[in-house]
Design a protein around this ligand. Structure first.
Ligand SMILES: Cc1ncc(COP(=O)(O)O)c(C=O)c1O
Length: 461
């Protein structure tokens, strides 16, 4: 049993402005789901009571960030906010070059282009996020996940379930000479927001150097990862999150970042790196696809909000609050007997849909069913990280289902209160009592790539 402290510290901020949320009826939500093809992404946000679809781009900005919005310099080239952001990113990452992008996936796309990730090439990760995988695969290359086996046991308590399996990495590099890029995702979103240890980052870096493979971090949640290292790796317990983040980046050749997470902004991303040739290649490409390389698809005001968010996110008080809030939700569910992925991750609590709904086979998408039931009955929006997102056909055309079938409750940063999380817990406890009433789904429209965003479904009753 996880030790559970019901009294969590108050947040290190107070509320200055509010956004109204609306209660809707069960009947209304049932109708909206049917109209939406039972795809939660098609539900109007105003019809969601508690929105845990994602922690991406959903943060509440501070008064300091909003003040920065007014300081936006909207000059086309080399606006002053670009320089402010450059200083902050160089200070945290230590990388020589920096390029803003409008969000993480455009950074991924540019990196695939710059490293020429075309056919017969391979990129390796602990676990690729879905858009990173899609960018690599649509470029023609193979995206290979080498996560440690512990990651697949949902009830195993293990400090760094996001680690890359270094033995497998060496084995692969010994047998293949077509590996073009290693990307370590910190924290591992697909595996439930699980952290990667400094020891693992250092080891991957050493191996990458030995085999002369460029090593990048997908550092969307670099600050949360740093806080886990502080809590769980003895050697780093006296360092500040910023010192740990700096050390983390020092082992890599570059990073791609969706700033919509630990940038504490609603839009933005960036690439930072040391290799001048790759930097110039990206810059040239930027002009065609994103905009002039000093604004990267963003407004000057967005760059400023990000520069300020990146400083705020490394506050130890903030990270402690963030960690405690996510743990609080996870531990409340564990106390109520709900099967979740353990230990609780950095930005989300993940329900284990296979244990929650053992009567629904993976071919009928238990994770998807759980997401639908949570919204239909309680107005809580979550997201499936399971077979709709990750199942793949093998060479013989047989579906291969993922080992974990998760429903992610992602917690937006600085948005919801303890009372909101209590409502979510009570909803899930109630749903668990009625779990035998939940049914599976079949797909009626499958777009292929990133199908979870647009696929349509019908219930199997
Ligand atoms: C680990 C990780 N990488 C990349 C991305 C893609 O970023 P964006 O949504 O900004 O394109 C995400 C988004 O959730 C993510 O979690």
């Amino acid at each position: 049993m996880v030790e559970f402290n019901r009294r969590i510290k108050p947040p290190p901020f107070k509320t200055k402005t509010i956004e109204h949320i609306k209660k809707t009826t069960h009947q209304e939500r049932k109708m909206w789901l049917e109209e939406a093809g039972y795809n939660i992404f098609n539900i109007a946000a105003e019809n969601v009571y508690i929105d845990l679809l994602t922690d991406s781009g959903t943060s509440a900005m501070s008064d300091y960030q909003w003040a920065g919005i007014m300081m936006g310099d909207e000059a086309y080239a080399h606006c002053k906010n670009f320089f402010n952001l450059k200083d902050v990113i160089q200070d945290i990452t230590g990388f020589k070059y920096f390029i803003p992008t409008h969000q993480g996936r455009s950074a991924e796309n540019l990196i695939c282009y710059a490293f020429n990730l075309t056919q017969s090439k391979v990129s390796i990760s602990n676990q690729f996020f879905d858009t990173t995988r899609a960018n690599i695969e649509t470029s023609g290359a193979e995206a290979l996940d080498l996560i440690i086996p512990e990651a697949f046991d949902p009830s195993l308590m293990y400090d760094f379930k996001g680690n890359l399996d270094c033995k497998e990495l060496v084995k692969t590099l010994e047998n293949q000479d077509n590996v073009a890029l290693i990307i370590l995702t910190i924290t591992n979103n697909t595996g439930g927001g699980q952290p990667v240890s400094m020891q693992n980052i250092r080891e991957v870096s050493k191996i990458a150097k030995k085999y002369t493979i460029p090593f990048f971090l997908d550092a969307a949640r670099f600050a949360e990862n740093a806080y886990f290292i502080k809590l769980r790796e003895e050697k780093y317990k006296d360092l500040t999150p910023k010192e740990i983040a700096k050390k983390t980046f020092s082992y890599a050749d570059g990073c791609i970042v969706s700033a919509k997470k630990d940038g504490l902004v609603n839009i933005g991303g960036f690439i930072a790196l040391n290799d001048e040739k790759i930097y110039l290649k990206i810059k040239e490409r930027m002009v065609i696809v994103e905009g002039f390389p000093t604004y990267g698809g963003l407004a000057g005001r967005d760059l400023e909000a990000l520069a300020r968010g990146l400083v705020e996110v490394l506050s130890e008080e903030y990270l402690e609050y963030r960690y405690n809030q996510v743990q609080y939700l996870g531990n409340s569910l564990v106390e109520g007997g709900i099967p979740i992925l353990l230990p609780v991750g950095g930005h989300s609590v993940n329900l284990d849909a296979r244990r929650f709904l053992p009567h629904i086979p993976q071919a009928q998408f238990p994770g998807w069913s759980l997401v639908n039931a949570l919204y239909e009955r309680y107005g809580v929006r979550s997201v499936e990280l399971g077979s709709v997102m990750q199942a793949k056909k093998d060479k013989d055309g047989t579906w291969q289902y993922p080992k974990l079938e998760l429903v992610r409750l992602a917690i937006p940063r600085r948005v919801y209160s303890q009372e909101h999380l209590n409502y979510v817990t009570d909803s899930i406890l109630d749903l668990y009592e009625h779990r035998s009433e939940i049914f599976g789904f079949e797909i009626t429209y499958d777009p292929g790539v990133l199908r979870h965003f647009t696929a349509r479904f019908k219930p199997i009753k």
